[in-house]
Design a binder for this molecule. Structure first.
Ligand SMILES: *Cc1c(COP(=O)(O)O)cnc(C)c1O
Length: 400
């Protein structure tokens, strides 16, 4: 196995966290693959023409995605704003410089209600940042073809489609139908696929521009990538003359992203999957048979080739709630962060895709210790209201 799985070095500044929650911005996203790390160090002292570096990125992104062109961005969130802006301004530099004032240009962006998610920030705000105006299609749990069609008109600049575990996973218009309806009205379709493995399928289903995160499954530096129709990609890149400046990506991240993409092509995906499976099996065996604990292997909700272990906790039989178990894991040493988006329903998940060598054993051991403590009545029930508002409180209480 590559040194990708060496444990991080603990020092006074970096206190290691075992990440079994997924690729979380709040934990530093993902393990940056060695090839990307080396590329970033390599380019750091050099001057290069940034347009040619982005043209190089375009070639590699096009090769992997099958798109006409591509461009590296600071993040997927930046990619969303740049893509929306591209659909508003086209390749007109005066319009680019005028944003977020869209003048009399069409600036409406149709999006299904069930797709208006929060990925650490609101997707609606990523649209508004450009001067774009979200036009909501349907209700959270149901959007129909005629509602999308009715939302499109002379003021429409684009339609945005989100593929994610963050969005409502039923009652939505499938991408292929969504794209057909939009294209019949000449409206370009932007797909936010930030956290998806599939680098070709969304373009195949009719997307005009697709956005991925560079620092999720790809294991790149903090970055994003956009790919799609050449005209739109170029218009998105041109936003660096305007609102994109505050979302600048540096040479090291562009070069690191290129390296991560090339590493992705060479990656032993089956080997990684098997390794993840071994971790899941270990945790499954550790937990099965424990009273009040139901572990089960659970496939990724958007079809990424990745399973997680879902752990349901019966608080009465276990002696503590799922939230208390997760809190105890996080307050130990090393800190272990589980996937707890739906914790109030009494379950959490263990995600195996960001493990360093040996992490799975530590997690298994800590699970046993924490569940033993629960049985002895030694776990503290966390304040769920505090936890619910935790992402904001963490900023409010920041000790900087
Ligand atoms: C993570 C995520 C984003 C944001 O990606 P960044 O690269 O961290 O900006 C946007 N949309 C979805 C669906 C995501 O999962």
């Amino acid at each position: 196995m590559s040194n990708q799985h060496l444990a991080p070095i603990a020092n006074d500044r970096i206190r290691p966290v075992i990440n079994v929650s997924g690729t979380m911005t709040g934990l530093g996203a993902s393990i940056i693959v060695p090839q990307a790390r080396e590329a970033m160090v390599e380019i750091a002292p050099h001057f290069i023409d940034m347009h040619s570096l982005q043209a190089e990125a375009s070639k590699v992104i096009a090769r992997l995605t099958g798109a006409e062109a591509g461009c590296a961005t600071a993040s997927a969130a930046a990619g969303i704003s740049l893509s929306v802006a591209a659909c508003i301004t086209g390749q007109n530099p005066a319009r680019v410089e005028a944003l977020p004032d869209t003048g009399d240009q069409p600036n409406e962006v149709a999006v299904q209600a069930g797709h208006l998610c929060h990925y650490g920030a609101s997707i609606e705000q990523a649209i508004r940042l450009t001067g774009g105006k979200p036009v909501v299609v349907g209700q959270s749990t149901q959007a129909l073809d005629h509602q999308l069609d009715g939302a499109l008109g002379p003021r429409t600049a684009a339609a945005l489609y989100v593929v994610s575990h963050h969005v409502v996973d039923y009652g939505q218009i499938p991408l292929r139908a969504f794209a057909e309806i939009c294209h019949a009205r000449g409206v370009p379709v932007i797909v936010d696929a930030a956290s998806e493995y599939d680098l070709t399928g969304f373009l195949d289903q009719g997307a005009d521009i697709v956005i991925y995160s560079g620092h999720k499954f790809l294991g790149g530096p903090t970055s994003g990538l956009i790919c799609g129709k050449r005209d739109l990609v170029k218009a998105a890149y041109m936003q660096n003359l305007g609102i994109g400046r505050g979302m600048k990506i540096g040479k090291e991240s562009i070069y690191g992203t290129i390296a991560a993409l090339e590493a992705w092509e060479q990656r032993d995906h089956d080997g990684i999957r098997q390794r993840e499976r071994r971790a899941l099996d270990l945790w499954y065996e550790t937990l099965s048979g424990r009273q009040g604990v139901i572990p089960r292997i659970s496939p990724d909700p958007t079809g990424n080739p990745l399973d997680r272990l879902r752990v349901d906790i019966d608080a009465a039989a276990t002696g503590a709630s799922a939230a208390a178990v997760v809190a105890a894991l996080a307050s130990g040493s090393p800190k272990i962060v589980a996937r707890d988006h739906e914790i109030e329903q009494g379950w959490f998940q263990l995600d195996p895709c960001n493990l360093h060598e040996g992490d799975e054993d530590i997690v298994a051991r800590r699970l046993m210790e924490v569940l033993d403590a629960a049985r002895n009545g030694a776990l503290v029930e966390p304040d769920l209201d505090l936890k619910r508002n935790g992402s904001v409180n963490a900023y409010m209480n920041w000790a900087g």
